[in-house]
Design a protein around this ligand. Structure first.
Ligand SMILES: C[S@@+](CC[C@H](N)C(=O)[O-])C[C@H]1O[C@@H](n2cnc3c(N)ncnc32)[C@H](O)[C@@H]1O
Length: 228
Protein backbone atom coordinates (compact mmCIF):
# COMPACT_ATOMS: atom_id res chain seq x y z
CA UNK A 1 0.00 0.00 0.00
CA UNK A 2 1.20 3.51 -0.82
CA UNK A 3 0.28 6.75 0.92
CA UNK A 4 -1.95 9.20 -0.94
CA UNK A 5 -1.06 12.85 -0.34
CA UNK A 6 -3.28 15.84 -0.92
CA UNK A 7 -2.58 19.56 -1.06
CA UNK A 8 -5.53 21.71 -2.13
CA UNK A 9 -6.90 19.75 -5.06
CA UNK A 10 -3.55 18.21 -6.01
CA UNK A 11 -3.10 14.53 -5.13
CA UNK A 12 -0.06 12.26 -5.42
CA UNK A 13 0.99 8.73 -4.67
CA UNK A 14 3.65 6.13 -5.46
CA UNK A 15 3.53 3.12 -7.77
CA UNK A 16 5.99 0.89 -9.61
CA UNK A 17 4.42 -0.05 -12.96
CA UNK A 18 6.99 -2.78 -13.53
CA UNK A 19 5.50 -4.62 -10.54
CA UNK A 20 1.97 -3.29 -10.59
CA UNK A 21 0.55 -2.62 -14.05
CA UNK A 22 -2.84 -1.53 -12.66
CA UNK A 23 -1.54 0.84 -9.99
CA UNK A 24 -2.21 4.00 -11.98
CA UNK A 25 -5.84 3.06 -12.70
CA UNK A 26 -6.33 2.13 -9.02
CA UNK A 27 -4.87 5.47 -7.87
CA UNK A 28 -7.18 7.30 -10.30
CA UNK A 29 -10.25 5.39 -9.05
CA UNK A 30 -9.28 5.87 -5.42
CA UNK A 31 -8.80 9.63 -5.74
CA UNK A 32 -11.95 10.24 -7.81
CA UNK A 33 -14.05 8.18 -5.37
CA UNK A 34 -12.48 9.92 -2.37
CA UNK A 35 -13.05 13.42 -3.83
CA UNK A 36 -16.71 12.67 -4.64
CA UNK A 37 -17.49 12.19 -0.94
CA UNK A 38 -16.56 15.80 -0.19
CA UNK A 39 -17.66 17.79 -3.23
CA UNK A 40 -18.50 17.67 -6.92
CA UNK A 41 -16.98 14.94 -9.08
CA UNK A 42 -13.52 15.68 -10.47
CA UNK A 43 -13.52 16.77 -14.13
CA UNK A 44 -12.68 14.58 -17.10
CA UNK A 45 -9.04 13.42 -17.04
CA UNK A 46 -6.34 14.85 -19.26
CA UNK A 47 -2.96 13.11 -19.26
CA UNK A 48 0.43 14.77 -19.44
CA UNK A 49 3.18 12.13 -19.27
CA UNK A 50 6.96 12.33 -19.27
CA UNK A 51 8.03 8.68 -18.96
CA UNK A 52 11.61 7.35 -18.83
CA UNK A 53 12.99 7.70 -22.34
CA UNK A 54 15.38 4.81 -22.70
CA UNK A 55 16.96 1.87 -20.88
CA UNK A 56 19.58 4.08 -19.21
CA UNK A 57 17.00 6.47 -17.80
CA UNK A 58 14.82 3.57 -16.69
CA UNK A 59 17.63 1.96 -14.74
CA UNK A 60 18.72 5.31 -13.29
CA UNK A 61 15.32 5.78 -11.62
CA UNK A 62 15.20 2.18 -10.45
CA UNK A 63 18.60 2.61 -8.78
CA UNK A 64 17.01 5.39 -6.72
CA UNK A 65 14.70 2.80 -5.16
CA UNK A 66 17.42 0.18 -4.95
CA UNK A 67 16.11 -2.13 -7.66
CA UNK A 68 17.41 -3.35 -11.01
CA UNK A 69 15.01 -3.08 -13.98
CA UNK A 70 12.80 -6.15 -14.17
CA UNK A 71 11.72 -5.46 -17.75
CA UNK A 72 13.63 -4.70 -20.90
CA UNK A 73 12.94 -1.17 -22.13
CA UNK A 74 11.00 -2.50 -25.09
CA UNK A 75 8.56 -4.28 -22.77
CA UNK A 76 8.41 -1.19 -20.57
CA UNK A 77 7.30 0.93 -23.56
CA UNK A 78 4.31 -1.39 -23.97
CA UNK A 79 3.64 -1.06 -20.25
CA UNK A 80 3.64 2.74 -20.58
CA UNK A 81 0.96 2.45 -23.26
CA UNK A 82 -1.14 0.15 -21.02
CA UNK A 83 -0.79 2.65 -18.18
CA UNK A 84 -1.82 5.59 -20.40
CA UNK A 85 -4.87 3.71 -21.66
CA UNK A 86 -5.92 2.56 -18.20
CA UNK A 87 -7.80 5.77 -17.36
CA UNK A 88 -10.53 7.28 -19.53
CA UNK A 89 -8.67 10.35 -20.87
CA UNK A 90 -9.36 11.43 -24.43
CA UNK A 91 -6.30 13.65 -24.77
CA UNK A 92 -2.83 12.41 -23.91
CA UNK A 93 0.30 14.51 -24.20
CA UNK A 94 3.41 12.39 -23.99
CA UNK A 95 7.01 13.60 -23.90
CA UNK A 96 9.46 11.08 -25.30
CA UNK A 97 13.07 10.92 -26.41
CA UNK A 98 13.55 10.83 -30.16
CA UNK A 99 14.49 7.18 -30.26
CA UNK A 100 11.30 6.08 -28.56
CA UNK A 101 9.11 8.22 -30.81
CA UNK A 102 8.38 5.86 -33.69
CA UNK A 103 8.01 2.79 -31.57
CA UNK A 104 5.88 4.48 -28.97
CA UNK A 105 3.55 6.05 -31.52
CA UNK A 106 2.85 2.79 -33.32
CA UNK A 107 2.13 1.02 -30.01
CA UNK A 108 -0.10 3.83 -28.84
CA UNK A 109 -2.15 3.78 -32.03
CA UNK A 110 -2.37 0.00 -32.12
CA UNK A 111 -3.67 -0.06 -28.56
CA UNK A 112 -6.86 1.94 -28.94
CA UNK A 113 -8.87 4.84 -30.19
CA UNK A 114 -6.35 7.64 -29.78
CA UNK A 115 -4.03 8.56 -32.60
CA UNK A 116 -1.12 10.94 -32.94
CA UNK A 117 -2.68 14.23 -33.98
CA UNK A 118 0.36 16.45 -33.59
CA UNK A 119 3.99 15.99 -32.75
CA UNK A 120 6.27 18.78 -31.66
CA UNK A 121 10.00 19.03 -31.34
CA UNK A 122 10.78 20.57 -27.99
CA UNK A 123 13.97 21.54 -26.28
CA UNK A 124 14.31 22.85 -22.81
CA UNK A 125 15.88 26.10 -21.77
CA UNK A 126 18.02 24.73 -19.00
CA UNK A 127 21.54 23.62 -19.87
CA UNK A 128 23.11 21.42 -22.51
CA UNK A 129 22.19 18.16 -20.83
CA UNK A 130 18.62 18.59 -21.98
CA UNK A 131 18.72 17.43 -25.58
CA UNK A 132 15.77 18.23 -27.84
CA UNK A 133 12.97 15.76 -27.44
CA UNK A 134 9.50 15.24 -28.72
CA UNK A 135 6.00 15.87 -27.48
CA UNK A 136 3.14 13.92 -29.01
CA UNK A 137 -0.51 14.80 -28.71
CA UNK A 138 -2.75 11.75 -28.93
CA UNK A 139 -6.45 12.30 -29.25
CA UNK A 140 -9.50 11.29 -31.28
CA UNK A 141 -9.18 12.76 -34.77
CA UNK A 142 -11.53 15.67 -34.01
CA UNK A 143 -8.62 17.57 -32.47
CA UNK A 144 -6.64 19.15 -35.22
CA UNK A 145 -7.00 22.90 -34.75
CA UNK A 146 -5.80 25.17 -32.03
CA UNK A 147 -3.19 22.79 -30.71
CA UNK A 148 -0.41 24.49 -28.81
CA UNK A 149 2.64 25.56 -30.73
CA UNK A 150 5.64 24.37 -28.83
CA UNK A 151 8.83 26.22 -29.63
CA UNK A 152 12.45 25.58 -28.84
CA UNK A 153 14.03 27.13 -25.80
CA UNK A 154 11.16 26.71 -23.40
CA UNK A 155 11.77 25.93 -19.80
CA UNK A 156 10.50 22.52 -18.80
CA UNK A 157 7.58 23.88 -16.85
CA UNK A 158 6.22 25.91 -19.75
CA UNK A 159 5.31 22.84 -21.78
CA UNK A 160 2.65 21.31 -19.51
CA UNK A 161 1.39 24.84 -18.80
CA UNK A 162 0.84 25.45 -22.53
CA UNK A 163 -0.94 22.12 -22.88
CA UNK A 164 -3.19 22.76 -19.86
CA UNK A 165 -4.04 26.25 -21.17
CA UNK A 166 -4.88 24.85 -24.57
CA UNK A 167 -7.13 22.15 -23.08
CA UNK A 168 -8.93 24.69 -20.90
CA UNK A 169 -9.48 27.10 -23.76
CA UNK A 170 -10.67 24.56 -26.33
CA UNK A 171 -12.27 21.78 -24.32
CA UNK A 172 -13.04 22.17 -20.64
CA UNK A 173 -11.74 22.25 -17.10
CA UNK A 174 -9.27 19.38 -16.80
CA UNK A 175 -8.35 16.91 -14.12
CA UNK A 176 -4.65 16.83 -14.96
CA UNK A 177 -3.02 13.47 -14.35
CA UNK A 178 0.63 12.60 -14.73
CA UNK A 179 1.57 8.92 -14.35
CA UNK A 180 5.30 9.78 -14.24
CA UNK A 181 5.11 12.93 -12.14
CA UNK A 182 8.68 12.91 -10.79
CA UNK A 183 9.51 16.20 -9.12
CA UNK A 184 6.16 17.60 -10.15
CA UNK A 185 6.58 19.98 -13.07
CA UNK A 186 3.09 19.08 -14.34
CA UNK A 187 1.56 19.20 -10.85
CA UNK A 188 3.08 22.66 -10.36
CA UNK A 189 1.54 23.80 -13.64
CA UNK A 190 -1.88 22.51 -12.55
CA UNK A 191 -1.51 24.20 -9.15
CA UNK A 192 -0.64 27.48 -10.87
CA UNK A 193 -3.81 27.23 -12.97
CA UNK A 194 -5.94 26.22 -9.99
CA UNK A 195 -7.05 22.94 -11.56
CA UNK A 196 -7.21 19.52 -9.86
CA UNK A 197 -4.36 17.11 -10.53
CA UNK A 198 -3.02 13.66 -9.66
CA UNK A 199 0.62 12.58 -9.93
CA UNK A 200 2.02 9.07 -9.54
CA UNK A 201 5.67 8.06 -9.54
CA UNK A 202 8.01 5.20 -8.72
CA UNK A 203 10.26 7.13 -6.32
CA UNK A 204 8.64 8.12 -3.00
CA UNK A 205 11.17 10.91 -2.39
CA UNK A 206 10.31 12.49 -5.76
CA UNK A 207 6.59 12.38 -4.96
CA UNK A 208 7.24 14.06 -1.60
CA UNK A 209 9.35 16.79 -3.24
CA UNK A 210 6.66 17.32 -5.86
CA UNK A 211 4.06 17.85 -3.14
CA UNK A 212 6.40 20.18 -1.29
CA UNK A 213 6.62 22.39 -4.42
CA UNK A 214 2.85 22.35 -4.81
CA UNK A 215 2.44 23.27 -1.15
CA UNK A 216 4.67 26.32 -1.67
CA UNK A 217 2.67 27.40 -4.72
CA UNK A 218 -0.74 26.92 -3.09
CA UNK A 219 0.43 27.95 0.39
CA UNK A 220 -1.51 25.05 1.82
CA UNK A 221 -0.43 22.09 3.94
CA UNK A 222 0.10 18.57 2.65
CA UNK A 223 -2.18 15.93 4.16
CA UNK A 224 -1.90 12.15 3.99
CA UNK A 225 -5.49 11.12 3.21
CA UNK A 226 -5.22 7.36 2.81
CA UNK A 227 -3.49 4.46 1.10
CA UNK A 228 -3.94 2.83 -2.24
C1 LIG B 1 11.52 11.91 -17.05
S1 LIG B 1 11.07 11.66 -15.39
C2 LIG B 1 9.66 12.66 -15.15
C3 LIG B 1 10.04 14.05 -14.82
C4 LIG B 1 8.87 14.88 -14.36
N1 LIG B 1 8.17 15.47 -15.48
C5 LIG B 1 9.31 15.91 -13.36
O1 LIG B 1 8.71 16.97 -13.29
O2 LIG B 1 10.24 15.65 -12.59
C6 LIG B 1 10.40 10.04 -15.45
C7 LIG B 1 9.78 9.57 -14.14
O3 LIG B 1 9.33 8.22 -14.34
C8 LIG B 1 9.42 7.56 -13.10
N2 LIG B 1 9.44 6.11 -13.32
C9 LIG B 1 10.45 5.39 -13.85
N3 LIG B 1 10.15 4.08 -13.85
C10 LIG B 1 8.91 3.96 -13.30
C11 LIG B 1 8.07 2.85 -12.98
N4 LIG B 1 8.46 1.61 -13.19
N5 LIG B 1 6.89 3.08 -12.40
C12 LIG B 1 6.50 4.36 -12.13
N6 LIG B 1 7.25 5.46 -12.41
C13 LIG B 1 8.45 5.26 -12.97
C14 LIG B 1 10.75 8.08 -12.51
O4 LIG B 1 10.83 7.93 -11.12
C15 LIG B 1 10.77 9.53 -12.98
O5 LIG B 1 10.37 10.44 -11.99
Amino acid sequence: MNKVYKCGEVYATTCDYEKDADGFARAYEWVTTWAKQFGPALPHPFIYADPPWNAGVLSMFRKMVGEPPRMKFDAFLSRIVDVLYSVPADVVFCEMGRQAKVDFTSRMEAAGSLRLVKGYEVSYGRGKANKPSWLGMFSPSRESDGTPEIAQGLIDEAIPLICIDWYMSTLRLPFVIDPFCGLGVTLDAAAKRGVPALGVDLVPARVEKAMHHVSKILRRPIEAIGEV
